[in-house]
Design a protein. Structure first.
Length: 151
């Protein structure tokens, strides 16, 4: 029977693994997005999913003061583990922690053309819009938000 996966906190050993594999998982240079501040200073709400001692998914996120807002900075799932609810597990765990901390909303962004990410956020009840010049002139981004207001 397949082992049930669960999410846990980000350890230094897990962070080190993520830095090693991240470019491969994303299919391009992404290491800069895994800045060590997302472990040392902003790692409290980060989550990882492991299978047989190996990281197969991670979420780097933190609480921004505006709102306050639970901000998902970076999510990665091992390509071999995609569409197995690993991303959903990480998002549920992060959302729960943000609700407990009194956040009123969640937010994330991605580059345009990432259809898998758009479908994923929509499936989890987030809304999405394209914002021109979001990351500077000519740098549009897909912006995802989810309200955490009760009711
Ligand atoms: C997007 C990503 C995080 C999804 O993680 P995942 O673990 O594969 O997602 P889940 O298995 O939890 O999917 C939940 C639901 O989201 C939707 N979904 C997820 N990936 C999808 C895809 N590529 N295409 C269409 N729908 C998708 C589906 O409705 C899915 O449910 P189903 O499999 O029962 O149909 C993962 O593919 C990934 O790491 N992509 C590369 C990095 C990235 O895009 N990060 C997000 C930037 S913020």
């Amino acid at each position: 029977m397949e082992q049930a996966l669960s999410s846990g906190p980000l350890t230094k050993a897990a962070y080190d693994q993520i830095v090693r594999v991240i470019d491969k998982w994303w299919g391009g240079p992404t290491t800069a997005l895994a800045h060590p501040a997302f472990f040392y200073e902003l790692g409290e709400l980060a989550r990882v999913v492991e299978s047989e001692g190996r990281v197969v998914g991670f979420l780097f996120g933190f609480i921004a003061p505006t709102g306050p807002t639970g901000y998902v900075h970076l999510v990665g799932i091992d390509p071999e583990f995609r569409r197995r609810q690993v991303g959903s597990l990480l998002y549920r765990s992060f959302e729960h922690a943000c609700r407990e901390a009194g956040c009123s909303r969640l937010k994330a962004i991605t580059a345009l053309g990432d259809d898998g990410s758009v479908r994923f956020h929509e499936a989890l009840g987030w809304s999405t819009e394209t914002r021109e010049d979001y990351a500077g002139a000519g740098r549009a981004r897909q912006v995802f938000v989810k309200s955490l207001e009760p009711g």
